[in-house]
Design a protein around this ligand. Structure first.
Ligand code: SAM
Length: 461
């Protein structure tokens, strides 16, 4: 998308561009795709634009929209062979034949949480995991290198959602930083999330909540960036302290689909391997970008749900219930089979070894050094109440709220676009209702594992 310019290439002009072949996995099967490098197509547009090309190439966004109106935005540089080792191709043929009707479409699968403050009300589990990692954040705030002048100290919350779970970590970090600085040195807190995030709720919470980090200190300045953290979100060398809790578990894109399910950990074989590779690439991208944004001597703390080395995550049973309810909804005609097939949760809980893999050589990656890492068992607050009151309805309502607020909006993003907001709401209500009935019948604890890593950017580079 180039401002308001209208550019086009005819089929015969496209046919003149060099065709290339790439191998990729679609729904678990490897295929050979023939097509044109999107970079070559963009270069044709560049030639048509001539001097009208905007100066700021890095700010150009390319929006790819499929026939079903799903669209996804790419930074221009993602297509540039000089910046990326991926070949992004406009494919025309699969294994020598025209692409099948159901070829994997582009779509949004973002992990954006349920709006109108719903995530804030139903994220006690994530809050409990984040709380266990606070000592790492406090250590980071104590140890980070602070320049002696009075320029603002920058703290960034990557993947903030609606802000409630950011209050305690930001308060803890600010309390320590304030002791290390003059009383009036500005502290800037930047909340980063996807553009679709419910930022109005976030600012409402910051300005009205009694435990907001703003209530005690008038020299703290909040702001937000609506942009994926798989792109640069702040200038190089800008950030003193980064915090990211339960966010980098969301992958940037789907390399394939999970046959018969929507939950990556339920996949096996080549499908599992394709997501594993995507998770490796995304984690390295996340770290590289944060390393660039951190100042020398800065610190980054990342908290993530952890996959056990053996056995299944406890959350798995809930995901299977949701899968069963989705099958009921297809059978009832509440959703179409194609809509169900498009559903995928891009959440990928990593094992400890996957988390540490980039640091395998001497504990360093991109000027980042591992200072500390921890693994925690996050006790289910709802189950502790249930053991006292034996109230199945209440427990099921709490667990349903967690699945609903965190995961269901991503599933709803696969619905046909003409269903609109009302259709998506109906879908979420029906899915949550079906899940709750199943959870009332089978109460279970949702004890999860979390892991946290504290990284320091080397001071001398
Ligand atoms: C489960 S919430 C975690 C919120 C909060 N940090 C917490 O600990 O409760 C995950 C958040 O990560 C955001 N997220 C997912 N992918 C992202 C991306 N690529 N860039 C920025 N934010 C992203 C989602 O929109 C969502 O708000």
């Amino acid at each position: 998308m180039l401002g308001t310019y209208h550019l086009g290439l005819s089929v015969s002009e496209l046919a003149k561009l060099p065709a290339i072949e790439v191998e990729a996995v679609d729904r678990g099967t490897k295929h050979r795709y023939t097509g044109i490098l999107v970079w070559d197509i963009l270069n044709q547009f560049r030639a048509q634009l001539g001097d009208a090309l905007p100066d700021s190439v890095p700010s150009i966004v390319v929006r790819v929209t499929g026939p079903d109106n799903y669209s996804v935005d790419f930074a221009l540089t993602e297509f540039d062979p000089a910046f990326s080792d991926r070949s992004i191709v406009l494919a025309e043929r699969q294994d020598g034949s025209p692409l099948p009707e159901n070829a994997l479409p582009f779509r949004f699968l973002s992990g954006v949480t349920e709006e109108h403050g719903s995530y804030n009300q139903h994220s006690a589990t994530e809050a409990a995991g984040g709380a266990l990692a606070l000592p790492l954040l406090e250590k980071a705030a104590r140890d980070l290198v602070l320049d002696p002048d009075d320029r603002p100290v920058v703290v960034v919350d990557y993947g903030s959602s609606q802000g409630k779970n950011s209050l305690a970590p930001m308060r803890a970090a600010i309390a320590i930083l304030r002791k290390r600085t003059s009383a009036r040195r500005p502290i800037c807190v930047v909340h980063v999330d996807l553009a679709e995030n419910d930022f109005s709720t976030l600012f409402g919470v910051l300005h009205s909540s009694a435990d907001s980090y703003l209530s005690q200190d008038q020299d703290v300045f909040p702001s937000a960036v609506g942009r994926s953290f798989y792109r640069p979100v702040l200038p190089p060398g800008h950030v003193h302290l980064g915090w990211s809790s339960y966010a980098a578990v969301w992958l940037s894109r789907a390399p394939t689909m999970v046959p018969g399910h929507f939950w990556i950990p339920s996949s096996t074989g080549a499908v599992r391997a394709a997501f594993g590779l995507q998770a490796v690439e995304d984690w390295k991208t996340f770290l590289k970008l944060r390393a660039r944004e951190l100042r020398a001597g800065g610190r980054l703390v990342v908290v993530l749900p952890s996959a056990p080395d053996e056995g299944k995550l406890q959350i798995h049973a809930g995901m299977n219930h949701i899968n069963a309810v989705l099958a009921e909804m297809v059978a009832e005609g509440a959703i179409a089979a194609e809509e169900r097939e498009r559903m995928l949760l891009l959440s990928y809980p990593r094992s400890t070894s996957e988390l540490l893999a980039p640091f395998a050589r001497g504990g360093r990656f991109e000027n980042l050094v591992v200072e500390q890492r921890e693994i925690f068992k996050v006790q289910d607050p709802g189950w502790m109440d249930y053991e006292r009151d034996q109230d199945r309805e209440k427990l099921a309502a709490k667990h349903t709220g967690f699945f609903r607020a965190t995961f269901m909006p991503s599933l709803a993003s696969a619905l046909a676009s003409d269903r609109g907001a009302e259709g998506r709401q109906f879908f979420i209500d029906r899915l949550a209702d079906g899940l709750k009935k199943r959870l009332v019948a089978e109460p279970m604890p949702l004890d999860l594992l979390a892991q946290a890593i504290l990284l320091a950017k080397e001071a001398h580079k």
